[in-house]
Design a protein around this ligand. Structure first.
Ligand SMILES: [Fe+2]
Ligand SMILES: [Fe+2]
Length: 249
């Protein structure tokens, strides 16, 4: 999706983001989920720093990994601080977020990935994160501490977005734009597969429920009718039968 259209799309979704972040429980859960994604992303980028043969990229990946691990700490501390203000409990009907998360680093694969593919993936993920965190910062204006966390993290994400693109252009000057498009297409495909799995899950549940209420009643009725035709009590065994009732054969 072109950046201008994406920005317009995100603006349209702003009321939904406000609704998601407006609930205390959802806010805490989102922060905890972000802490996990940032921490996992930080560890993966640390692994990338170990594997890259490029000394400059190794330094940059290391700084990037430290930033992501710091973000994980910030999100975790903020969620813990919010939890201390009052105990959370599931009180809303719908407690999850219908929108994708901020970072997208959970799709990151390091092993066997060349630097140009990794940098393209990171650039796309960081750009998405910067856009999302800017929205989250604006919609939590009732909570200055959470807003400050997003403000701080947003600055780092913008740096990550820029350095990944600059380095991609350095190591793949001929193909860096194509790499970014490929990374964007791969990300969209993964999103589509996730949505398709979720839709298939809902449809499967609906079809099984409909089957239960439409197909089961006739069989239940037939079984009850057959039961009524069965004689009650003990049934005498005919004298013609010679096999023992206690024998297994
Ligand atoms: Fe981050
Ligand atoms: Fe980042």
């Amino acid at each position: 999706m072109p950046p201008a259209r994406r920005a317009r799309f995100d603006r349209m979704l702003r009321p939904v983001h406000r609704w998601v972040w407006g609930d205390f429980d959802r806010r805490v859960r989102k922060l905890i989920a972000f802490a996990e994604v940032e921490g996992d992303g930080g560890r993966d980028i640390l692994r990338a720093a170990e594997l890259t043969p490029d000394p400059l990229l190794r330094r940059l990946y290391l700084a990037h990994a430290i930033d992501e691990l710091h973000h994980a700490d910030l999100f975790r501390q903020r969620s813990a601080a919010l939890l201390q203000t009052r105990s959370t409990r599931v009180k809303t009907l719908f407690n999850a977020s219908p929108l994708p998360g901020g970072h997208g680093l959970d799709d990151l694969r390091i092993e066997g990935e060349p630097d140009h593919r990794l940098l393209a993936f990171l650039h796309v993920a960081e750009k998405a994160a910067a856009g999302r965190f800017a929205i989250y910062r604006d919609v939590v204006d009732d909570d200055p501490s959470t807003r400050a966390v997003f403000e701080e993290i947003l600055r780092d994400e913008v740096f990550h977005m820029n350095y990944t693109y600059t380095q991609l252009a350095r190591i793949a000057p001929q193909s860096h734009r194509r790499q970014v498009w490929l990374a964007r297409a791969s990300r969209l495909w993964k999103r589509y597969v996730r949505v398709a799995v979720a839709v298939a899950d809902v449809l499967g549940t609906m079809i099984l429920t409909i089957q239960y209420f439409i197909l089961m009643p006739p069989f239940a009725w037939l079984a009850k009718r057959a039961q009524r035709r069965e004689p009650r009590g003990w049934i005498p065994i005919s004298r013609d039968r010679s096999d023992s009732p206690t024998s297994a054969y």
